[in-house]
Design a protein around this ligand. Structure first.
Ligand code: HEC
Length: 143
């Protein structure tokens, strides 16, 4: 009994920590710093008027778009399945995805075999918030 309630308390603390880490990092997301962070992404992704698919899909108009939905890009099965199940990219979802795309898809799909074609992780909360702020400058403002 004691053990069980401890477990719940620890889980709740962890959940609220990661939520507030997002809120804090997110509210301070800096697009200028994010442009530097994007250099890590730029070997695989393009943004801007001439953006095309490279190793990864172009990231213009990312926010509000269904995951795995850029026409003509050959996504992995798992991200397409997540999009078909209703995953739409928001700040929160991209923030979670970038930390560990494979783990993120496994959790979303509840499938231990889910795979990601994106072999890159951005661990630091602040860098994820900053790159999101930068990517937002290439998305239409939310209505
Ligand atoms: C080594 C290459 C590589 C790097 C570096 C990389 N990505 Fe990706 N990214 C991919 C690939 C490949 C996919 C497609 C994933 C799939 O099909 O499972 C992808 C998918 C994505 C998606 C989902 C797009 C969609 O249309 O659903 C986002 C968002 C994303 N990447 C953002 C980033 C950001 C931001 C960075 C830098 C912090 C980054 N990626 C770094 C290769 C990369």
């Amino acid at each position: 009994m004691f053990k069980k309630s401890m477990g719940i308390a620890v889980f709740a603390a962890a959940a609220s920590f990661s939520m507030s880490a997002f809120a804090d990092a997110h509210s301070s997301g800096d697009p200028v710093k994010g442009e530097k962070v994007f250099k890590k992404c730029a070997s695989c992704h393009m943004v801007g008027p001439d953006a095309k698919a490279k190793v990864g899909p172009p990231l213009n108009d990312l926010f509000g778009r269904t995951a795995g939905s850029v026409e003509g890009f050959k996504y992995g099965k798992s991200i397409v399945a997540a999009g078909e199940a209703g995953l739409v990219w928001t700040d929160e979802e991209v923030f979670a995805y970038l930390k560990n795309p494979k783990k993120y898809l496994r959790k979303k799909l509840d499938d231990k075999k889910a795979k990601s074609k994106m072999a890159f992780k951005l661990k630091k909360d602040e860098q994820r918030a900053d790159v999101i702020a930068y990517l937002k400058t290439f998305s239409k403002p939310a209505e």
